[in-house]
Design a protein around this ligand. Structure first.
Ligand code: GLA
Length: 708
């Protein structure tokens, strides 16, 4: 998977040196978790290091919540304890991902500087006594955060235990306070220049919202009725940029101090609505993600796979790392289901299968105190003699066995287009329906690809699409002319494109584009629409391949302008109008879906589009809920089904064949005869067509060719 347009930037720092790759080349797949030594005494630290070693832990994230311990009162410093922690870890051979301790300021900061405390849209100040209580635009917060960051980094950059840097924690604050309002105005001035342009961009003649002076411009605070969608969209962008500034300031201190150029990162939160991670791609040396799939969600495996594909794509295809997850229960849901060790292992290996070179947990030792006292850990309250901890040791051994996977990549012919602004805009008030959301739609379109064993790159509009045969844009509500033209040209050159409903409706200001929709792509799809049609509860009938079904929630009133109707509405005002269309455009093909389809119909459509695009999954006829991926020349097979599954050995061996483009033209590699499971050493051979691999529930095999 190379050449993902703007995603092929070099790692942060601007040159070809890949600090994270250098680390994993030495340590293999990283394994460990958050470690919060300030909660424990020294005897416990010693015990922890011994237990970490026994579990195969190679990396711990330290110091995330240490600010009050380092700086018990303003300007004071108490760091000797951390010297000891780092020495102990280093003596134990455990590498450290050292955090800047800026995620949770001590109470003294908010007490002395209430302006550092974030304010909600209704003006409520959020107090200390919890965590995350800072406004990203607060100068007092930023200067206090920088001061402690400088001292921590200066003191520990030379320490041999420190192998990675971790800025803050889950940056995701938003604030509507006056200082943020002033920063928002500065941001708007640099975007629009003058007030007339801002008024134009926000369409302020509507409802007499015209601004006469910059001082009147404010964040989208609580208001009597729907707020201006363009203002809301810009405040989203501003908030994302403000958080990036917080990250960048601290990362700059690290980069200026650490002459050994160890990787700098922060932990993302999957598809997190407040931060456009795609805009941070040049800021982190490795993409790191925190993942807490809901054990009660039957779709969690495909939902997680999509997030993992996003993380890999945000790093331009380079390995990413799973920074935090739970061994079993979390504590932030109302009812926190546990996970078996086998399920925890499966979820960890899923991340490796989709490109992660680090598997870490929150946290090493279960906290006895604080709100997360019932959060699972690598070392539970009940100690090492527990199934959870035995699972942790087993996983450590598994990851050691997979060390050779580090640095390898996935490749795919398929991309989905996703960007935060379309997601933000489809969540706004005043749309035809609030029952559709770009992320939910993306998940629906992704699931059949996951089931077919096809990895997907998640890229933004405007990315280079030349590596792909098929591109899906399930919900590209906001689209600008340049990426639209690039998409059209890519189809004309032979690409296959599948567009979902509500595509290319608005511009970057959330203004509706006039004309028959999808305005910028109507030529490409050969179909155009004139009205968005939210459906009554009983939906609308659709005829497709001689069968009928009911589409619910939402449809579009379309007209064929050269495309062929694949499915047609059968009743109501839309009777006879196309629901799904297919169009030849130049050397390529474009499909348009003008309705929310039931999952089985959507799956059938995606299968057909894949077939016509000549895109195949790694393994044909995958049993349900079995996931396959390929990293380099290693095949991962993961059983999420909760039941035993059988897979024909021949199909698995075929999936290990070198990619067709790998050999000289015309050369066909001889079929792979045997493979070894890197986790168990078991051998799979092509002895008979009927041989099947038996995969118990929650189990994983990791196959590589075994040469005779
Ligand atoms: C996130 C945070 C951690 C912890 C866990 C709990 O990952 O970064 O500090 O709160 O959630 O699941």
């Amino acid at each position: 998977m190379t050449g993902v347009g703007r995603h092929t930037t070099t790692p942060a720092g601007g040159d070809e040196f890949d600090a994270f790759a250098a680390l994993t080349a030495e340590l293999g797949l990283l394994y460990g978790g958050d470690y919060n030594p300030e909660q424990w005494d020294e005897a416990t630290w010693v015990e922890d290091v011994a237990l970490m070693r026994a579990a195969g832990v190679t990396l711990v994230t330290v110091g995330v919540f240490s600010w009050a311990r380092y700086e018990p009162e303003p300007g004071a410093r108490d760091m000797a304890w951390m010297d000891r922690v780092l020495d102990l870890l280093h003596e134990g051979g455990i590498a450290v991902d050292l955090a800047t301790p800026t995620a949770s300021p001590p109470p003294w900061l908010g007490h002395r500087h209430p302006e550092t405390l974030p304010q909600t849209a209704d003006g409520t100040r959020l107090l200390y006594g919890s965590r995350n209580q800072f406004s990203p635009s607060s100068a007092a917060y930023r200067s206090a955060a920088l001061a402690i960051t400088k001292d921590v980094v200066a003191r520990y950059a030379p320490h041999p235990a420190v192998r990675m840097w971790h800025v803050g924690n889950e940056l995701g604050q938003v604030s509507y306070d006056d200082e943020s309002a002033a920063a928002f105005r500065t941001w708007l001035r640099s975007r629009y220049g003058d007030l007339a342009t801002l008024n134009e961009a926000w369409g302020t003649w509507v409802w007499s919202q015209r601004y006469a002076s910059w001082d009147e411009v404010a964040p989208p605070r609580v208001a009597p009725y729907h707020r201006n969608p363009s203002l809301e969209l810009d405040f989203r962008r501003f908030t994302s940029d403000a958080l990036r500034e917080v990250y960048r300031e601290q990362a700059a201190v690290i980069r200026a101090t650490d002459t050994r150029r160890r990787p700098v990162t922060t932990n993302y939160m999957g598809f997190f609505p407040l931060v456009d991670y795609a805009s941070w791609r040049d800021d982190v040396d490795v993409v790191a993600d925190d993942s807490y799939p809901d054990a009660a969600d039957p779709r969690r495996a495909s939902t997680t796979a999509l997030t993992q594909d996003l993380m890999r794509s945000l790093g331009g295809g380079r390995p990413w790392m799973l920074m935090e997850q739970a061994t079993s229960a979390v504590t932030f849901r109302a009812h926190n289901l546990t996970k078996t060790p086998a399920r925890s292992r499966l979820e960890s290996l899923q991340a490796v299968a989709r490109g992660s070179d680090g598997i870490c947990f929150f946290q090493w030792r279960a906290a006895r105190t604080g709100p997360e006292r019932f959060h699972s850990a690598m070392l539970p309250h009940a100690g090492p003699d527990t199934d959870v901890h035995r699972g942790v040791r087993r996983l450590g051994a598994d990851l050691a066995a997979l060390a050779g996977v580090a640095g390898t990549r996935l490749r795919t012919d398929v991309a989905v287009l996703f960007d935060w602004q379309s997601w933000w805009a489809t969540g706004q008030d005043g749309l035809p329906t609030n029952r559709m959301d770009a992320l939910a739609t993306l998940r629906d379109y992704y699931e059949p690809l996951w089931r077919a064993g096809i990895a997907v790159d998640v890229v933004e509009p405007g990315a280079d699409l030349t590596p792909y045969r098929l591109v899906l844009a399930p919900s590209l509500y906001v689209l600008e002319p340049e990426p639209a033209a690039a998409l059209a040209a890519w189809v004309a050159d032979g690409g296959h494109l599948l567009l979902g409903p509500l595509t290319a409706v608005a511009d970057a200001q959330a203004h509706v584009r006039p004309g028959r929709f999808p305005v910028l792509l109507a030529d490409v799809v050969g179909v155009s629409g004139e009205e968005w049609v939210p459906l009554p509860e009983d939906g609308v009938g659709v005829a497709w391949d001689g069968q009928t079904f009911v589409a619910r929630t939402f449809a579009e009133h379309l007209r064929l302008d050269g495309a062929q109707a694949v499915a047609t509405f059968t009743d109501g005002a839309l009777a006879g109008a196309p629901a799904v269309t297919r169009n030849e455009h130049g050397a390529g093909r474009a499909w348009y879906v003008g309705a929310v389809l039931p999952p089985d119909r959507l799956a059938a459509l995606v299968e057909r589009v894949l077939r016509e695009a000549g895109v195949h999954g790694l393994v044909p006829d995958l049993p349900r809920d079995v996931e396959v991926t390929r990293r380099g020349d290693v095949l991962f097979v993961l059983n999420h089904s909760g039941e035993a599954r059988q897979l024909p050995v021949g199909n698995l061996l075929d999936a290990l064949a070198p990619p067709r483009s790998a050999g000289p033209p015309g050369s066909a590699a001889p079929p792979v005869q045997a493979a070894i499971d890197l986790l168990t050493g078991a051998l799979l051979t092509r002895t008979g067509a009927a041989d099947a691999l038996h995969l118990p529930p929650d189990d994983v095999v990791v196959l590589t060719e075994r040469h005779p």
